[in-house]
Ligand binder design. Structure first.
Ligand code: FAD
Ligand code: NA7
Length: 488
């Protein structure tokens, strides 16, 4: 332990990445403090320790997605012989119960997290941290007091918060993912602005819960993802009743006398439109919380374009200051990425490890009503990277067994495998749309790490009857022009 400073390590930000790094460092004998502070959202939402994922991200999102899937299951159950008392409702009766159940789960996680830090002897400081110099962090506490600590090493893990568009009424009347999971009234007819994965997921569960949901798309759906898959996800959502307004930008939000919101928007031809909603949710991307850190006091450089930090091997331009998680430039904004990078960084700093984080081939899933999981490259990226002539795309539409009896729409259940067409036929991308996509794709991401090739995939015996087995059966190449729809 260094004696020059109070702590060996101070972590600013108690979310996925920061907590993982802090817990690992303390296990390795370091003296550690974590600052975590949540500035209330413009609508006043606030939450406890644990960061975005636990409080306003992955966890509440997955729970609301699950609530929506259950609504779907109730309707299907009758086809399987279940007698459901009364008419199945097409809208959730009780938003409050759902919201409270979700919030209670979150509060229990907040509490467990605090206890865990205490048990591990990590000092938790509920203060808004900023740099005084490259070894000193000041935390502004709720009552305005300042707590000053010094540390040998500092990790920035402050994550980000949703952005608002710069249009009249947006900040005043709009909400974001920071508010939806704790909303104290049912959202009603909702406009979701932004067609990234957060926008799609929110629209998907709101529609599944029975609320009228519309997505306003500025350009394309799911930028950065394989566009064929993205469009299949959107088509399926549209068939389930989500409305899409394409090529449009919001211009103003006004509150009417009856409390509802009038949204004005402009289409690609410059024509103005308007409609009335109960809720408007902005999901137009997130902003890293770096400026508030006063990084200039420590000499830490942030990128002008997006306020993120470029940190090769998680080390910033200041040698004793590091960064993990969503604040990192050009790294996937995902919880397991932040956790893994945080752990490995702590092991390098305090445990003589040399293992670096591998940010390639990280699997992810969009929890849209029909889920989309993928690992590796999309078709467009593979073509750009390897050239169209050097890849082969295998694909198939398929029919999940559990969809037959309730006669669910199967037209968007689809798998795609992208492989190199050289000697070893290494697989560079796998894409799956269907039920439980995350569960399906996780194992394949380990296979890709083991350099999975197309012949090995073909020689893998499937598990019948599952949707995942479709990956082992895929044989139709796009270049053959053969019909990829099931022939039986
Ligand atoms: P965070 O978890 O955001 O933690 C940062 C913490 O630092 C916060 O508590 C913040 O309040 C605090 N803080 C900020 N500034 C300061 C300061 N100056 N002083 C003290 N404390 C400060 N990822 C997935 O892998 N799967 C998903 O399904 C998924 N779904 C998501 C759904 C939504 C709606 C959202 C918004 C995100 C989702 N994510 C998902 C992304 C995931 O939540 C993030 O990638 C992850 O939380 C990033 O972790 P982090 O440690 O970088 O930051
Ligand atoms: P993303 O993935 O950055 O997507 C933002 C979406 O919002 C995207 O469809 C954008 O369209 C759209 N957008 C951005 N700015 C505007 C404005 N001003 N008006 C209308 N629409 C806009 O953000 P998410 O919130 O889904 O996710 C945030 C991150 O969390 C994401 O990077 C994940 O990795 C984790 P565009 O395609 O730019 O035209």
């Amino acid at each position: 332990n260094s004696t020059k400073y109070q702590y060996d390590l101070v972590v600013i930000g108690g979310g996925s990445g920061g907590l993982a790094a802090a817990k690992e460092a303390v296990e390795l004998g370091a003296k550690v403090a974590v600052f975590d502070y949540v500035t209330p959202s413009p609508r006043g939402s606030k939450w406890g320790l644990g960061g975005t994922c636990v409080n306003v991200g992955c966890i509440p999102k997955k729970l609301m997605h699950q609530a929506a899937l259950l609504g779907e299951a109730i309707h299907e159950a009758a086809a399987f012989g279940w007698q459901i008392p009364g008419e199945p409702k097409s809208i959730i009766n009780d938003w409050d119960s759902l919201k409270n159940a979700v919030q209670n789960h979150i509060k229990s996680v907040n509490w467990v997290t605090r206890v865990e830090l205490r048990n591990k002897n990590v000092d938790y400081i509920n203060g808004n941290g900023y740099f005084k110099d490259n070894h000193t962090v000041v935390g502004v506490m709720k009552n305005g007091d300042e707590k000053v600590v010094t540390a040998d090493k500092i990790i920035i893990a402050v994550g980000g918060r949703p952005r608002y568009p710069d249009i009249p009424g947006a900040l005043e009347y709009g909400i974001t993912s920071d508010d939806i999971f704790s909303l104290d009234h049912a959202p009603g007819k909702t406009l979701i602005v932004g067609a990234g994965y957060i926008g799609l997921e929110c629209a998907g569960f709101l529609n599944g819960l029975g609320y009228d949901a519309t997505i306003m798309v500025r350009s394309i759906v799911l930028r950065g993802f394989d566009q064929q898959m993205a469009n299949l996800v959107a088509e399926e959502m549209e068939q389930r009743g989500v409305h899409f307004i394409y090529q449009a930008k919001p211009k103003a939000v006004k509150k009417q006398d009856d409390g509802r919101l009038m949204v004005h928007w402009v289409d690609k031809n410059g024509e103005m439109h308007q409609d009335i909603y109960d809720t408007i949710l902005f999901a137009i991307g997130r902003e890293a919380l770096t400026v508030q850190l006063k990084p200039e006091n420590a000499g830490v450089q942030i990128l002008q374009e997006n306020k993120k930090i470029f940190a090769e091997n998680e080390q910033t331009n200041v040698s004793n200051i590091f960064a993990v998680g969503d604040v990192l430039h050009k790294r996937p904004e995902l919880t397991p990425v932040a956790i893994h990078a945080g752990k490995l960084l702590a092991r390098r700093l305090f445990g003589n490890s040399v293992e670096q984080m591998d940010y390639t081939n990280v699997a992810t899933t969009v929890f849209s009503p029909l889920e989309y999981g993928c690992v590796g490259m999309g078709e467009e990226d593979a073509i750009t990277h390897y050239g169209k002539e050097n890849i082969e795309v295998y694909h198939a539409f398929y029919k999940p067994t559990e969809f037959f009896i309730p006669q669910k729409n199967m037209s968007h259940c689809y798998v795609k495998v992208i492989a190199l067409n050289n000697a070893d036929e290494r697989i560079v991308g796998m894409h799956f749309i269907g039920p439980h996509a995350g569960e399906v794709i996780q194992g394949f991401s380990a296979a890709i790490k083991c350099k999975l090739t197309f012949p090995i995939l073909k020689s893998t015996v499937g598990i019948h009857p599952t949707s995942a087995e479709e990956f082992t059966r895929v044989f139709i190449t796009k270049s053959s022009g053969m019909d990829p729809t099931p022939q039986s």
